[in-house]
Design a protein around this ligand. Structure first.
Ligand SMILES: C[S@@+](CC[C@H](N)C(=O)[O-])C[C@H]1O[C@@H](n2cnc3c(N)ncnc32)[C@H](O)[C@@H]1O
Length: 179
């Protein structure tokens, strides 16, 4: 499942490698663009809706992998992490690429140091000023996300990444031991 799938670019890249995938996004315009992009991928279904309002799937229909790119900060942090954990099958993997707010001196220093390399990468790879998707400013810092993840997803690993991003990875235990 791709939560906040936007116009479906990631699903298009994943489609040749999966038996079945679902993308969810509340933005009808985005879902319509994703439907056009994925017209030749019948293994991908698209849902126009809010992930947080989606009922938790029954155990046998939970997802092996959940990805969520640049979307977690659009939702209430702990509720979204809890919902993702519930929707994941035991033994499944959650992969979040998130955006965080700069709050600490460390956050600001790292972001400041990355400005120039990011400008250079943008030049080399044609960075997009307007990716054409719904955007929001992140409210939580990396430390806030790490704290929430520690609470809801024991054993999750969070790493600071380039482009002001972090990657959060969590493998759900095979036995359900969620708090
Ligand atoms: C910055 S865009 C990222 C889109 C895509 N993942 C990408 O990387 O291009 C954030 C997306 O999250 C979606 N979104 C916001 N709230 C959501 C929710 N409650 N459930 C699912 N998607 C949501 C928005 O509609 C938007 O398409």
């Amino acid at each position: 499942m791709d939560i906040g799938c936007g116009d479906g670019l990631l699903l298009q890249r994943l489609a040749p490698h999966v038996r079945q995938a679902v993308g969810i996004d509340p933005d009808e315009g985005m879902i319509s663009r994703a439907r056009t992009r994925l017209a030749d991928a019948p293994q991908v279904s698209l849902v126009a809706g809010d992930f947080l309002a989606m009922p938790v799937p029954p155990r046998e229909e939970r997802y092996d992998t959940i990805v969520c790119v640049a979307t977690l900060h659009h939702m209430e942090l702990s509720s979204a992490l809890r919902r993702m954990a519930e929707a994941l099958a035991p033994g499944g993997r959650l992969l979040i690429v998130g955006l965080a707010a700069d709050k600490s001196l460390l956050d600001m220093t790292v972001s400041g140091l990355l400005l120039l390399p990011i400008r250079v990468m943008d030049r080399l790879h044609g960075g997009m000023r307007d990716p054409g998707v719904r955007m929001a400013e992140p409210k939580e810092s990396i430390a806030d996300v790490r704290r929430a993840a520690r609470d809801v997803l024991p054993g999750a690993v969070l790493r600071r990444r380039f482009y002001f991003r972090y990657v959060l990875t969590w493998d759900k235990p095979r036995e359900e031991r969620l708090r």
